[in-house]
Design a protein. Structure first.
Length: 529
């Protein structure tokens, strides 16, 4: 339009044309400014909502960390790092925006069409072709955020969290301050490219958008960190298999009702409180320990019989106690310390003595077993005493109850035998196979006794009297266990090498004088002087 010689009229037309174009550009600029303002308001509202979500998320995480520190404390520590890094940049940007808007009149804060001057950031950041310290401070704030966030995300504990690498790439892209290539292919410094010469409302919108990137990044990162921790906790590597049965023991031919179930073994999952009882008695804290995701009982198996463990494992969930009921049992049986070997034809008990017996039913606790018979009495546990009466045999009946309530009833017959015939003794010798050789003086002071050689019971036989015979002299009746005056006189008249006899020995059992022993074998003595 400016080439060649133009008439005055043409010049006027051209001038009017330029004014018209300028008016169109001015109207378009005001519409664009309004659009930036509306966009800034929309992003600001989104930032408020995201901030509220982040606050709620952190409060929930703090509760979980307090309730289950082993599982969530590490995640809480990382979340605190992310929060501190994000808050530093967000606060800096908020202060910068506040200073920027302080240059706008209070009644024009929402009039975006008047916020068209680039002066604030141009004067703050730039001085000719160089950056002012404030401009470098702006770049440093963004660069510090980027490097610190990437350092947190590079931690070994977060490397396996799904989606972390995508967040790292997003941070590197959204918070990069590398030079930017313009439409003409020329490299321009990032700060100049994004903030130099732009209207105030446009720069403010960019800062608000940058805050949005900070808040959204924080929200996504916290969500993935918690999801990663929960995925680890719920991983099948944290489970083992358990056998669940209605009772602890089964019998041959009985239907087995067991089932395989999954049990958690996560060492980070620990109850906040334990309330357990054993057979109705509360367990103290030194009777259990919490380790490797389980409550380990440090108790004795106790006496033989069934034992019941009941109570609750108490966890904190969202600030409230959740009770997991416990109801299980175990059986204690007497530990075997010897083999059971019996002679089928030797079921014998002896009359006149206490016959010790052991009565039990395999697989049934002692407290669920009872036995009865004439003369049978229980001493303790599986130990009984049999004192048989008259007759040639006695039947002992043993009864027990299985865990399923089924009864077991067994009867065994024992023969009753009398105590064998005792053998007379002098000075403790019975002269088996011949006579006892001893001096005359020794016989005078020796005691007469009775014994049961090779008998299974240690019985104390008490002699009350006997007969003493020297060949060619009358028999002397003696009371007690030693020769009396008459017997000694007869003994003195006996010759050297002569044999004298002690017979008709009367004796009884020391603790059972009512039992009549068989006739006691006599004992003979050969005098050696």
């Amino acid at each position: 339009m400016a080439q060649g010689k133009l008439s005055a009229r043409q010049k006027m037309i051209n001038l009017m044309y330029l004014v018209f174009i300028a008016m169109l550009a001015l109207n378009m600029s005001k519409e664009v400014l309004s659009a930036f303002g509306l966009l800034d308001k929309k992003i600001t509202d989104a930032n408020v909502a995201t901030t509220e979500r982040n606050v709620a998320f952190l409060e929930n995480l703090a509760t979980k960390a307090a309730e289950q520190p082993e599982q969530y404390a590490a995640v809480k520590a990382k979340a605190d790092q992310v929060t501190e890094i994000s808050s530093t940049l967000d606060s800096y940007l908020s202060d910068l925006k506040s200073e920027m808007m302080a240059t706008v009149k209070p009644d024009e804060q929402d009039d975006y069409e008047v916020q068209d001057k680039p002066d604030f950031l141009d004067r703050r950041f730039f001085q000719g072709d160089k950056l002012k310290p404030e401009g470098q401070q702006f770049l440093d704030a963004i660069n510090t955020y980027r490097s610190e966030m990437l350092a947190v995300l590079s931690d070994t504990a977060l490397r396996k969290v799904q989606g972390i690498e995508d967040i790292k790439k997003t941070i590197e892209t959204n918070f990069s301050t590398a030079p930017v290539e313009n439409r003409n292919g020329k490299k321009i410094d990032w700060l100049n490219y994004n903030y130099e010469g732009f209207p105030l409302v446009a720069s403010k919108t960019k800062l608000t958008s940058l805050q949005n990137d900070v808040k959204v990044t924080k929200n996504e990162l916290l969500s993935k960190m918690l999801a990663g921790q929960q995925a680890t906790a719920l991983s099948f590597t944290q489970y083992n298999t358990l056998l669940e049965t209605a009772k602890s023991a089964f019998y041959a031919g009985e239907k087995f009702d067991g089932g395989i179930v999954l049990g958690r073994k996560d060492p980070n999952t620990k109850p906040n409180r334990v309330e357990l009882t054993l057979d109705g008695r509360p367990l103290s804290e030194d009777q259990y320990t919490i380790e490797s995701g389980k409550v380990k009982l440090n108790i004795s198996a106790g006496s033989a019989g069934d034992h019941k463990i009941e109570g609750n494992l108490i966890f904190l969930q969202d600030g409230e106690e959740v009770e997991i009921p416990v109801s299980t049992s175990f059986a204690t049986i007497t530990k075997p310390n010897s083999a059971v070997i019996s002679a089928d034809k030797m079921n014998v008990v002896y009359r006149g003595v206490d016959n010790p017996m052991t009565i039990s039913i395999p697989g049934i606790p002692d407290n669920k077993v009872s036995a009865s018979a004439a003369g049978l009495s229980k001493s303790s546990g599986t130990k009984y005493i049999m004192r048989p009466g008259q007759g040639r045999a006695v039947s002992i009946n043993a009864r027990g109850t299985l865990p399923d309530g089924t009864g077991v009833n067994t009867t065994t017959e024992f023969r009753i035998k009398d105590i064998p015939r005792p053998t007379g003794t002098i000075r403790g010798e019975d002269g088996a196979g011949g006579c006892v050789r001893m001096q005359r003086q020794g016989l005078e002071i020796s005691s007469v006794g009775a014994s049961l050689p090779d008998f299974d019971f240690d019985i104390n036989l008490r002699v009350t009297g006997f007969s003493f015979k020297v060949s060619g002299q009358p028999t002397v009746k003696v009371s007690g266990t030693k020769l009396n005056t008459q017997a000694k006189a007869a003994l003195r008249r006996a010759k050297r090498g002569e044999t004298v006899q002690i017979f008709d020995i009367n004796a009884n059992i020391a603790n059972n004088s009512g039992y009549k022993l068989k006739k006691i074998s006599p004992v003979c003595i050969e005098l050696t002087n």
